[in-house]
Structure formats: structure tokens, C-alpha cells
Design a protein around this ligand. Structure first.
Ligand SMILES: [Zn+2]
Length: 247
């Protein structure tokens, strides 16, 4: 057995599950399978939750209302946890730093994801590095911000999935978010009619080594555990994006 299956941990007792996960890690992978031991701490040693966040202003088209939150971890609210995976929060201390250089991607800078997905994300990057068919130049993972959902006073009110470290963007400059894009299958012909909103144009034929498609190594690497924003239903296609729900 070389891969961990989602059902394995649900079916096994927790200590055995952790041991199994560790045993399945190959050399060179070291991301924690447990919550970070050294969360941000208060003076008395109790864990704290610290994060920066902002709100997207739909009129000015930029982030605004930046705040720094610092409070006891015990006061993390339901709203500050990922509704799709309660283990992941907006707190910086629940994120694990990923170092792509250690995984064969020498030119890529570091980023963070929720600790619960760090091993799978590292394995995905290794898969992309080994495939050698894709130039991964830019990654965004954890980034708290209210950039979705209902607009109140011109500002978005709902956390993006990046806020919990449960989403990743790959090469945004070549895999833009498109609106008016209710296509059953993303192809150069169908996406030509969509409207580019964020990031760069999606051109798999012109820039095959930069573009995420269902046939690319990033898809094969991430699709086993996260959904691709390029094949979610509805008007939006977010070609740079992988997350628990794809949104
Ligand atoms: Zn994204």
C-alpha cells in the first residue's frame, strides 16, 4: 500500500491511524499529521489564535478593513472554523508551512496550508515535480479574508476557503477565475465565451506547461483529495483553485 485512503482513518482507532499515516510517509516528507504542537501561546502557556484578515470591497475592488485578531484559542468561534472540516481554522497556528524546495520544486517559494492537509499537499507537489510536465511558478494557500458571500455596505461577509488553509491556487497568472462560464466541460472553445475576472487567461494550447487542465499533473496530484475549481457546476470556473468543495 502506498497511499492513505480517506476511509482508513475513519475506520481505525486514532492512535493506529496516526501511526499508519506516519508509516506511509516516504523519505523527504515531514509535515505533521497532528495539530501543530507550538501554536501561538499566551504568557501563561495556553494556546492563542492569531490571524490577520481583511474584507473584499466590491466597489473599490480591493481588500479593506484589515484587522489583526489575537485571542485565546478556546474562544475560536464556529464561524472561524472551516464548515467542511472543523479541524481547520483561520488561526495561523493551525497552518503548516510547506517548503517546495525540499520536494523537488527548487524555484517555488513557501506557503502554508491547514495542518490536516499538509502531508497530502506535499505529496501532490512531489507528484508534479516528478511528472516534469508542469512549471509551477506561483502558489497561494492560507490567506484569511472575507471575499465571498453576501455583500453588506459594499463588502463581502463570508470567509474564502483559503482563510482556513483548505484551498490552493496554482499559477494564477495563467489559470484565471472566469464568470458567465456555465460550461459542461472546460475546453479552449467553450471557455473563450466566458469572462475573465481574476488572474490571467486560461490557454492550455498556447501555454501547456503553465495551465491546469483535467489532463495535467496538478489535477492528477490534487484531485484525489480536493476538487478542481475548473469543473465545479455553476457560472464560475476558477482554474487556479483546488479545495475541499472546489469553490
Ligand atoms: Zn483560490
Amino acid at each position: 500500500m502506498t497511499t492513505a485512503h480517506p476511509w482508513a482513518c475513519a475506520a481505525l482507532s486514532a492512535p493506529f491511524c496516526v501511526a499508519l499515516s506516519v508509516a506511509l510517509l516516504g523519505p523527504g516528507t515531514a509535515a505533521a499529521a497532528e495539530p501543530p504542537a507550538a501554536r501561538d501561546s499566551a504568557a501563561d502557556g495556553s494556546p492563542d489564535c492569531v490571524y490577520h484578515s481583511a474584507q473584499w470591497d466590491v466597489v473599490k475592488k480591493r481588500n479593506t478593513n484589515g484587522i489583526l485578531v489575537h485571542k485565546p484559542y478556546a474562544q475560536v468561534t464556529d464561524d472561524e472554523r472551516d464548515p467542511a472540516d472543523r479541524r481547520c481554522t483561520v488561526c495561523r497556528g493551525d497552518q503548516t508551512r510547506i517548503d517546495p524546495k525540499r520536494l523537488g520544486l527548487a524555484k517555488l517559494g513557501g506557503f502554508s496550508v491547514c495542518w490536516a492537509y499538509a502531508q497530502q499537499v506535499e505529496k501532490a507537489l512531489e507528484t508534479i515535480a516528478k511528472a516534469g510536465d508542469f512549471d509551477l511558478k506561483a502558489v497561494v494557500g492560507y490567506r484569511p479574508g472575507r471575499t465571498r458571500g453576501a455583500v453588506v455596505d459594499g463588502k463581502r461577509t463570508q470567509w474564502s476557503n483559503h482563510s482556513f488553509g483548505t484551498a490552493i491556487d496554482l499559477n494564477a497568472f495563467a489559470n484565471g477565475l472566469h464568470a458567465s462560464c456555465n460550461v459542461s466541460q472546460a475546453t479552449p472553445a467553450t471557455v473563450k465565451r466566458c469572462k475573465l475576472r481574476i488572474g490571467g487567461a486560461w490557454d492550455p494550447e498556447g501555454r501547456p506547461r503553465l495551465t491546469v487542465t483535467a489532463a495535467s499533473s496538478p489535477y492528477r496530484a490534487f484531485a484525489p483529495f480536493w476538487k478542481w475549481g475548473g469543473e465545479i457546476s455553476g457560472d464560475i470556473k476558477d482554474f487556479m483553485h483546488f479545495s475541499i468543495s472546489g469553490y
